[in-house]
Design a protein around this ligand. Structure first.
Ligand SMILES: Cc1cc2nc3c(=O)[nH]c(=O)nc-3n(C[C@H](O)[C@H](O)[C@H](O)COP(=O)(O)O)c2cc1C
Length: 733
């Protein structure tokens, strides 16, 4: 719901909000520039009378003196019936330059205040400020939810590059945007007098002016009493009219000064409402608070970036949205499928399940988990079974379309008699694998809801695991149920092999490092080391995923492949000669990356697991401490990337290389080396190190056990590290 709202308002308001933000950012620089200018002139402690006295000599036709919030002094004058304005040095009273408001600044101001459209434009600006505020709040709530609550709002953000950019930039800019939008909204409301009487009354018009001979301005007592820093505006009396007076506006109020006696004829201090308005104006414009202006300007620059990434995220989601055909109503259906999904792939599985049940003669109603209501018993009068298919997001949390489910379930007092089966979709890379599905299962059990099948989980949208679950459902329903669903793969690109380096034939571990470039000569689409490439072997519809050892900025797509004699894809890849081509697509794997920051990184792998790890080291141009533990068979035969790793050691991209081998006299596996180095590793963990592991499942399990022993004296285990996002695996069986 929140996301729909956010996307909908975002799309509607993009243009207006982006114009407001860019013009706001441009204008925010002015107070800073003025500040530099006035700072250069030094501090002024003169009174208004003193400066006006100097101006009486240099500008005998002075009509008005203005002091801007940033401290610039402008004098408006008339000379031989010609009017002009000069910028004045407040300390010396000397003219700095002729003054005229910059037409570019004026244009930006008008665009910012009214989209150059007068009253209708001002209304649109008010609406845009409101939209901006709504978008900022809904975005912040969505992010808090995605990260597991407000307490975890500073956690590392996962997702695709665009999702991370959108959320990260939003997180940095949120306070600035809330301040800009809410103060802007207040000022719009004031413009349209929705805030009553925010401007204080004018001072009483002086009834009795003595009309004596005007005194020299530097002798007027009222002007002597007010420091120049308090001045906003001094308007001179009409020349030759002895009954006219000076009007003065200061930071505290407004008044009139007798030009003969120098007496303050009447004075009106600002009321609280005006003070509030002026304070809010200062917060919005940064005038008089240049540093805040710059911060707000920077936050505003986040808006175009977030609009661009937001539209792309929305479009990607829209493209992958799925329509369910023959969806029976909840009332008629004998089978209900509830779906919990964030980026729609679970809907694809639900559709396949829905269609298969329809074909088998069932009346099926498929809907989102949030549409489930606590009066389910009434709305599903004919329901005989319920299936819940749900993904997990954040740190084991509900996906968007299931966010209300557990609350609604909790509110149920009467539990239906039909049984339920839960199927969880997740990714074993995440510490809380399918945790939300597990929470749903636990909540159903706590409510004593009868079970049709025990909870099953699907890792990384595996078609095989889904099909196996289909067999189990078929058995429970006593029907033949064949579930075939391969999530739509992104469009493949043809890549040509440009280089291969072979290792390991002598130790029965034939392995090749393969480097590809697009066959059409174009640039590679964006990816980073640690992302995955899906490769379709000829004749196969099921992709095999390999971890990428390069980033697209390297200009090649590099993988490290071990040849398994029975492996269709590895045989195909290891049989390629330079010039041969493959069909491949990129799947992002944003959770498997070294964290930003200065904490050390411990990379652990064996065999081809070196691939992404070597990619991380290659891009460590900032020279963060990286310690590599890697296991092979024999240094003479399968020491993958040996030359590169030695180069990285020399140029400090790699801090320490621990390579161990299992087919030599001092045979060892990585877990053995970890045990030997336990003291050093403990120290690294104490410094906040992140551990990234890549390779086979058995190696990863042994490493986990060894690390548990290493960090036990710290009162920690690997689960603690996982929960802190400091232990990440990219593991294959
Ligand atoms: C930002 C993010 C966080 C995720 N968190 C988890 C998690 O904590 N546990 C898990 O098992 N899977 C997690 N996943 C994996 C998704 O549950 C999995 O890819 C699922 O198939 C996505 O389904 P959907 O496309 O229907 O949303 C996460 C994925 C992303 C992008």
């Amino acid at each position: 719901m929140l996301r729909k709202f956010h996307s909908c308002f975002g799309l509607m308001a993009t243009l207006l909000v982006v114009i407001l933000a860019i013009t706001g950012a441009v204008l925010s620089v002015n107070p800073f520039l003025e500040r530099i200018q006035t700072q250069a002139m030094g501090a002024s402690s003169v009174s208004i009378a003193e400066l006006a006295g100097k101006l009486a000599v240099s500008h005998p036709g002075a009509q008005q003196i203005q002091r801007t919030a940033s401290g610039s002094i402008i004098v408006y004058f008339s000379d031989n019936n010609q009017t002009g304005a000069d910028l004045i040095n407040p300390v010396t009273g000397a003219t700095i330059a002729a003054y005229s408001a910059s037409p570019i600044t004026m244009w930006f101001k008008n665009l910012h205040r009214s989209f150059l459209l007068d009253i209708p434009g001002r209304i649109a600006v008010g609406i845009a400020a409101f939209m901006m505020l709504l978008l900022t709040f809904t975005g912040a709530f969505m992010l808090a939810k995605q990260l597991g609550g407000w307490g975890h709002i500073l956690r590392p953000i996962q997702g695709s590059l665009k999702q991370r950019l959108h959320s990260q930039v939003g997180r940095l800019a949120v306070l600035g945007l809330i301040l800009s939008a809410s103060t802007g909204l207040y000022m719009s409301a004031a413009t349209f007098e929705l805030i009553p009487e925010y401007q204080s009354a004018e001072p009483a018009f002086p009834e009795q002016v003595k009309g004596g001979v005007p005194s020299s301005i530097d002798s007027l007592a009222a002007l002597k009493d007010i420091p120049l820093t308090e001045l906003r505006e001094l308007v001179y009396p009409y020349p030759g009219d002895q009954y006219d007076f000076y009007s003065i506006t200061t930071n505290q109020g407004r008044g009139f000064v007798d030009q003969a006696t120098g007496e303050l004829l009447s004075y009106q201090a600002y009321g609280n409402k005006q003070k509030v308005y002026e304070f809010i104006y200062m917060l919005h414009s940064g005038e008089g608070l240049w540093w805040l202006g710059l911060l707000l300007g920077l936050s505003a620059l986040a808006v175009p970036l977030m609009s661009w990434t937001g539209i792309q995220i929305w479009w990607r989601r829209k493209r992958s949205s799925i329509t369910i055909d023959n969806n029976s109503t909840a009332k008629n259906a004998d089978t209900v499928i509830l779906v919990g999904s964030e980026s729609n792939s679970t809907w694809g599985f639900a559709k396949a399940f829905h269609d298969a049940l329809n074909t088998a003669g069932y009346l099926v109603h498929t809907t989102s988990m949030n549409s489930f209501t606590s009066n389910l018993t009434n709305s599903c009068a004919n329901t005989q079974r319920l299936f819940i298919l749900t993904a997990t997001y954040g740190d084991g949390d509900a996906p968007a379309s299931a966010s209300q489910f557990l609350t609604q379930l909790e509110a149920m007092t009467e539990i239906p008699t039909f049984p339920v089966a839960v199927l969880g979709f997740g990714d074993q890379q995440f510490p809380e694998f399918c945790q939300y599905a597990k929470d749903v299962e636990a909540a159903l059990t706590a409510k004593s809801w009868s079970q049709l099948l025990p909870l099953e989980t699907i890792n990384r949208q595996s078609s095989q695991e889904f099909s196996r679950w289909g067999n189990a459902v078929g058995k429970a329903l006593d029907i033949e149920l064949s579930l075939v669903h391969t999530p739509t793969q992104p469009r493949c690109t043809t890549l040509a092999l440009v280089e291969r380096v072979d290792y390991g034939a002598e130790v029965n571990a034939p392995t090749a490092v393969l480097r590809f470039k697009p066959a059409n000569g174009r640039d590679l689409e964006h990816f980073e080391a640690g992302d995955l490439v899906g490769i379709l072997a000829p004749g196969s519809k099921t992709p095999r995923f390999y971890s990428l050892a390069s980033a697209s900025k390297d200009g090649v797509l590099e993988i490290c492949v071990r040849h398994h004699p029975d492996g269709l894809c590895s045989s195909f890849l290891c049989g390629l000669a330079v010039g041969d081509s493959i069909e491949a697509f990129i799947q992002l794997n944003p959770s498997f990356r070294p964290a930003s920051g200065k904490a050390p990184i411990v990379l652990i792998g064996a065999g081809t697991g070196i691939g992404p790890l070597v990619g991380f080291i290659r891009h460590n141009t900032a020279h963060h401490p990286i310690h590599l533990y890697w296991g092979g068979r024999c240094p003479q035969s399968d020491f993958l990337y040996e030359d590169e790793l030695n180069t990285y050691l020399k140029d400090k991209r790699l801090t320490e290389l621990n390579a161990v081998f299992s087919r030599i006299d001092e045979r060892a596996y990585v877990q053995d080396k970890i045990a030997v180095d336990s003291e050093e590793l403990r120290g690294l963990i104490e410094q906040g190190a992140q551990v990234l592991i890549c390779g086979g499942r058995n190696m990863a399990d042994s490493v986990m056990a060894a690390l548990d022993d290493v960090i036990e004296p710290l009162g920690m285990d690997v689960q603690t590290l996982k929960a802190q996002g400091r232990y990440r695996e990219d593991v294959y069986s």
